[in-house]
Every structure is written in structure tokens, then in C-alpha cells.
Design a protein around this ligand. Structure first.
Ligand code: ATP
Length: 358
């Protein structure tokens, strides 16, 4: 196979535009996460790719071949659903072997293949178990093994971790990623959990309101969000209103220098943002780009803490990592200074506000 591509793919349900016009190329062997808030269209897009939902417009190409009209069962795409959708009346082995039975593989051959796949997901000893006697994590592994049974060209997973508790979810993220890398299979994972996407994916497609807002490597999206939605949805951020001036910004009478680069026309209203961990607080701050602040609340967790402050530009959170010295006197009520490094300021057009995220 040579990559999967979407060209202008969209889907309407009556007057609801679930997916607008999406152009995406999924690279061979990579894991791509479709990430976005509830209702942004990511499940619809995955179902279109799987062939479970016809697109209202656009084309799907696999290795350059148009597969838009190809029925789901002919696509050789393995799919894992949120609910796992296992067959409760079949044992573990027969669940995994199910698609092979449908395609006419003999009993001995399909059992051998099922056992091989169960070994791969570390359930080799549980082939005879009934589905109801499995834990959530084990059920998920069965669902993964079942989806891999027909040697799929593309592996599709819809919120695969959502039925698992937090600890198991992290374990399965690592396990799934290792398996995907070992098999080198082109994989698309739908998730609303940015940590899950950041930790597993080679590339993330950030979606909102049926659009792909940004496509890139996790760190690239975190460091250089294309717009205020992405800046607010990925990681934490402090937003404030400002006006562009030559070389920087002015906000409530405070001048903040920006790194040289594309600038907004002086006088234009802008929406600026600064990540909590990029802000410096305390003494010995560099000259310029300073704001006065009053500490409102300190939330300490082990060697890290979040300092919530009130500034003339609104509330900010400052995240301080390891290396903190105890007894520095940062406590509620204290007047402090903040430094917002020029290179840490992100600037967007004023009308692009981060939308509330469910
Ligand atoms: N069968 C349908 N009929 C009508 N509207 C639908 C249908 N399926 C989805 N929609 C609408 O399309 C939009 C996108 O839905 P979709 O399920 O793709 O979003 P999502 O990002 O996967 O959300 P979630 O994370 O909540 O599952 C929503 O507004 C939804 O209400």
C-alpha cells in the first residue's frame, strides 16, 4: 500500500455539516491521531474512511486508487470500536478468528492464526475463556487482535481507551504504540484526549467544527499552534487581548516585545497567548516584558507547582517545574513580577477566540 489520502471529504446530515471539506494524507506506517472536542466530526471522518458511512463529497484514495465507493468489507481495514463490540457468545479465540471464518479460512488455520495474534497481544493463554470473564484491558486486546486478523492495510481505532481506567489507559497507550511500530501498520486513532494523542501519535490532526485546523507532529503543534483554537485546545495557555505596535504588543499600557517575524499591522487588535511554563516569576527577571501580578493561589504537587496570579491583563497561571527551592515565599497575597519572554508570545487575530472545550 502507498498511503491513504482524503480529497475534499465531507459529510452532511440534513442541515448539519458534520465534516466540511477535509484534505489529508496519512503516511504509510505512521500513527495519526484525529483529535478534537466532542462533536467536531472525528468519528464521522473515521467511519467514512472505514466505509461505514458514505461521504457527501470528496474522494478516498488508497495507494492512488479511488476506494470511495468500495464497501467496508472489501477494504481490508481493521477497526476497533469504543465499546470493543466483541461477540459475547463466542470465546476469545473465536472472536479473533471470526473474520477468518467469514472469509472461508479452515478451522485449523484460523485457530492457529488467532493463537498467533493472541500471543502478540499477550493473551495467548486465554483463548478458551469466555468474553464475559475478561477485564477491560483484556477485552481491548481481544478487539485489537480481532481487528488484525485479516492483515489489514490500515488500522482504525475509535476512542480505543475510553472504557479503561486512567492507569490501564496509559499502559495500553504504550502497548498499542509498540505493537503498531512493530507491525509498521498505517494507523488512525480517534481521540478527544490530547495527552493520548501527544503520547502515541507521529502526527496529529487537530479538528474543530468539521475542519482540520492543524496537522503536524505533536511537539510542532504544541510549540507553534496555527491559531487560537489550537493554542487553547493543545496544552494549557494564558490568553489576553492586546494591540499590535511596531516590534511588539501593547496591552493595558504595558509594552511587550515580540521576536522579529511576521507582524500584525500596528493598531490591529490581537489575541495573545503565553504557555504557563514559559512565564518567569520572582526576582532576577530579565529587563522588559514584565507585568505586575498578585498571587491568588498556589497549587503544589510534589516538586512542581502552579502559581495562579491576577495581572492587569487578567488571570494567569505560571507553571514551575522541578528545581524549585522551598521557602521562596511565593504565597497567596504576595505581589510579584512576571516576565513573558518575547519568544514565548503567540499572537493571533483578535476575532479568533479559543472556543470552550467540552
Ligand atoms: N447519524 C447522524 N445523524 C445526524 N447527525 C449526526 C450523525 N452522526 C453525527 N452527527 C452529527 O455530526 C457532528 C459530528 O459528530 P461526530 O460523532 O463525528 O463527532 P465526534 O467528534 O466524533 O464527537 P464525539 O467525540 O462526541 O463522538 C455532530 O454534530 C453530530 O451530532
Amino acid at each position: 500500500m502507498a498511503g491513504l489520502a482524503l480529497e475534499g471529504v465531507g459529510r452532511d446530515y440534513g442541515a448539519t455539516r458534520a465534516v466540511g471539506r477535509v484534505d489529508l494524507a496519512f503516511r504509510e506506517g505512521e500513527l495519526t491521531a484525529l483529535l478534537g472536542p466532542s462533536g467536531c466530526g472525528k468519528t464521522t471522518l473515521l467511519r467514512i474512511i472505514a466505509g461505514l458511512e458514505p461521504p457527501s463529497r470528496g474522494r478516498i484514495l488508497l495507494g492512488g486508487r479511488d476506494i470511495t465507493a468500495m464497501p467496508a468489507h472489501l477494504r481490508r481495514f481493521g477497526m476497533v470500536f469504543q465499546s470493543f463490540a466483541l461477540f459475547p457468545h463466542l470465546n476469545v479465540r473465536d472472536n479473533v478468528a471470526y473474520s477468518l471464518a467469514i472469509s472461508g479460512t479452515g478451522r485449523a488455520a484460523r485457530h492457529a492464526r488467532a493463537d498467533e495474534l493472541l500471543d502478540l497481544v499477550r493473551l495467548g493463554h486465554l483463548g478458551d475463556r469466555s468474553i464475559s470473564a475478561l477485564s477491560g484491558g483484556q477485552k481491548q486486546r481481544v478487539a485489537i487482535a480481532r481487528a488484525l486478523a485479516q492483515d489489514p492495510e490500515v488500522f482504525l481505532l475509535d476512542e480505543p481507551m475510553s472504557a479503561l481506567d486512567a492507569k490501564l489507559r496509559e499502559e495500553m497507550q504504550v502497548e498499542l504504540r509498540l505493537l503498531q511500530q512493530r507491525l509498521g501498520i498505517t494507523t488512525i486513532v480517534v481521540t478527544h484526549d490530547q495527552r493520548e494523542a501527544m503520547s502515541m501519535a507521529d502526527r496529529i490532526v487537530v479538528m474543530s467544527e468539521g475542519r482540520a485546523e492543524q496537522v503536524g507532529a505533536p511537539q510542532e503543534i504544541y510549540d507553534r499552534p496555527d491559531n487560537a483554537f489550537v493554542a487553547g485546545f493543545i496544552g494549557r495557555n494564558n490568553f489576553f487581548d492586546a494591540v499590535a505596535v511596531p516590534g511588539g504588543l501593547e496591552a493595558d499600557g504595558y509594552r511587550l516585545a515580540l521576536e522579529p517575524g511576521p507582524a500584525f499591522r500596528p493598531g490591529s487588535p490581537v489575541r495573545a497567548a503565553c504557555r504557563p511554563e514559559r512565564i518567569r516569576l520572582g526576582q532576577d527577571l530579565p529587563e522588559g516584558n514584565r507585568l505586575p501580578a498578585r498571587v491568588v493561589f498556589v497549587r503544589a504537587i510534589g516538586s512542581e507547582r502552579d502559581v495562579h496570579v491576577e495581572t492587569p491583563l487578567g488571570p494567569f497561571v505560571v507553571a514551575q517545574g522541578s528545581g524549585l527551592q522551598g521557602g521562596d515565599g511565593i504565597a497567596a497575597g504576595r505581589e510579584v513580577a512576571l516576565h513573558l519572554p518575547p519568544g514565548a508570545l503567540q499572537v493571533y487575530p483578535a476575532q479568533s477566540r479559543p472556543r470552550e472545550v467540552a
